[in-house]
Design a protein around this ligand. Structure first.
Ligand SMILES: *Cc1c(COP(=O)(O)O)cnc(C)c1O
Length: 397
């Protein structure tokens, strides 16, 4: 998955163009820029690739989720349904707005289960946020139908699945809003960065203003611009955007390499009947950033995970015990450990995690192993890796 593996001349050239002018900020300084508008250039390229009308580039994926929710009017006391298996950024972004993250089960897609979402809906629910973990997607058709019938916002966190698609539409562009991350370990990187995509002109306008202190960006005197509503600073710098301009041009090349490496590993593991692959909903195409599979039991998964590491098959994750990606280890959330006092709406509205039952998620995540697909492997390395994986797993069965 990582774009950092392929940082080279194209990226350097883009950054140097910014350094040559010295204009490191995306707004203003028009006279000095010599035509360099890297953030705008990346927004255009991203919107085009994602078949989305608009893209707003921001400082991180977490910022993108926060801004997407804010743009759609999510605020204090609103509930946002998120999966039990995700990155902590999902609830951080919700909490940043004084809104309430409501956890719901994942299924064999390793993403938000539509029936669990339906059960979690209350009269406070404002948005549903599927997170396309490890390169594959939730059943977006089912989630969209639920959102339409309950008048809810569908926000896709596509940070780990850029370049995948559902029913021919790029992931991130299927819902009302989509969020991407360009941090250093994502498929394409800006160093740090993120983006919101949407077809909704009002959401775009809100995202544009909100991510820059509420600036309306009208006219050419920044100091004289108006601030129609409160905002914040989630701007990306031109230096980061410049890296992204080079990287997005290589996205499809990266995905093709991932697909090739993924397919070799998958074909090898398919020879083991006990290994079952994650379900990809009908109509979905992965971005092949991870190969995720289930073992017959939790015990087998734990053993396989350590045996793979011992056999030097690196970058395979057992998320069930992971501090950052599964609810079981999120005691800072479940025990409400915040520096200052959380808003009363949040304290009152959070689930009582001593009583929640996420055994349906546990059943899948406890048996899952996800292996990162790297771009820099040689073909020989991939075949050797495949052999090692098969031998290691067969040895344990
Ligand atoms: C990386 C990631 C984020 C956050 O992105 P940052 O740019 O690191 O803030 C959010 N959601 C998911 C699923 C991610 O993998």
């Amino acid at each position: 998955m990582p774009g950092f593996e392929f940082f080279g001349d194209a990226e350097r050239k883009q950054v140097e163009a910014v350094l040559d002018t010295g204009v490191l900020m995306r707004y203003g300084f028009d006279g000095m820029r010599q035509g360099n508008y890297k953030a705008i250039e990346l927004e255009k390229a991203l919107a085009k690739r994602m078949q989305s009308k608009h893209a707003q580039l921001v400082s991180s994926g977490t910022a993108a989720i926060t801004i997407a929710l804010a743009s759609a009017g999510v605020g204090a006391g609103d509930e946002v349904i998120i999966p039990t298996f995700t990155f902590v950024a999902s609830f951080e972004a919700v909490l940043a707005l004084g809104a309430i993250p409501i956890l719901a089960d994942v299924d064999d897609t390793l993403t938000l289960n539509a029936e669990a979402v339906e059960r979690a809906i209350t009269n406070k629910t404002k948005a549903v946020m599927p997170v396309h973990m490890c390169g594959s997607m939730a059943d977006l058709r089912a989630l969209k139908a639920i959102c339409n019938s309950h008048d809810l916002i569908l926000l896709e966190d596509a940070c780990q699945a850029i370049g995948g698609s559902f029913e021919g539409i790029p992931l991130g562009a299927y819902g009302d809003l989509g969020a991407f991350s360009f941090d250093y370990v994502k498929t394409i990187t800006c160093g740090e960065g993120g983006a919101v995509v949407t077809n909704n002109a009002t959401y775009l306008k809100n995202a544009d203003h909100y991510s820059d202190h509420g600036h309306d960006h009208i006219g050419n005197d920044r100091g004289a611009e108006a601030h129609p509503f409160l905002g914040y600073n989630y701007r990306i710098s031109e230096l980061n955007a410049a890296v992204g301009v080079a990287q997005i041009a290589r996205l499809d090349e990266f995905i093709a390499i991932q697909k090739k490496n993924y397919s070799i590993l998958r074909e090898a593991l398919e020879t083991i009947p006990e290994v079952v692959f994650r379900t990809v909903p009908e109509g979905g195409v992965e971005n092949y950033s991870f190969l995720s599979f289930f073992l017959p039991s939790e015990e087998m998964a734990v053993k396989t995970h350590s045996a793979l590491a011992e056999a030097s098959v690196d970058a395979c994750f057992y998320w069930y015990y992971n501090n950052w990606h599964y609810y079981k280890k999120w005691e800072h959330l479940t025990e409400r450990k915040s520096l200052g006092k959380l808003p009363q709406e949040v304290l009152d509205g959070l689930q009582d995690f001593t009583k929640t039952d996420f055994s349906k998620s546990d059943q899948w995540v406890s048996r899952n192993i996800s292996c990162l697909i790297k771009l820099s492997w040689t073909e020989l390395e991939v075949y050797e890796r495949a052999q090692k994986m098969v031998a290691t797993i067969k040895n344990l069965l």
